[in-house]
Design a protein around this ligand. Structure first.
Ligand code: FES
Length: 139
């Protein structure tokens, strides 16, 4: 049985959907249940998470957990967003049935996957910028 808060977040998620202009996208799945979570982040030049949204093929607990997780990381630095654990998410929800704790892990892992994507994009952009400065050898 889910708590009132979990049910409310499940039925009225504030952060469900895709995010226009997302520059960090991560997808994770739970091999046991087959559920999938996709996280979209907009991170500004100062490394602050400006916005977060998610889409999922997941259960009630996964939806409620990730919706709360999006609220938790908005306004945080990347470093602080990476510190958010599934325990923080469960604490914010109040409780989850013990057999549903693993669903909150999808929220934590999807944040991490999106930030990994962000760093990959930054690395690629840096390499591309470097390539443009490469001069042709003179004869
Ligand atoms: Fe799969 Fe909840 S049962 S994430």
């Amino acid at each position: 049985m889910y708590s009132k808060k979990v049910m409310e977040r499940f039925q009225n998620p504030r952060n469900a959907g895709t995010l226009q202009g997302a520059n960090a996208v991560g997808q994770v799945g739970n091999a046991t249940c087959g559920d999938i979570m996709k996280m979209y982040l907009k991170i500004n030049d100062n490394g602050i998470v400006e916005d977060a949204k998610f889409r999922t093929f997941g259960c009630c607990a996964a939806i409620a957990s990730t919706d709360i997780a999006c609220d938790l990381i908005k306004g945080k630095t990347i470093e602080d967003a990476l510190k958010i654990s599934n325990k923080d998410v469960v604490d914010m929800l109040g409780e989850l049935p013990p057999h549903k704790i693993h669903c909150s892990v999808l929220a934590e892992e999807s944040i991490r996957a999106a930030i990994e994507d962000y760093y990959k994009r930054l690395e690629k952009a840096s390499k591309d910028a470097l390539k443009k400065t490469r001069k042709k050898p003179t004869k």
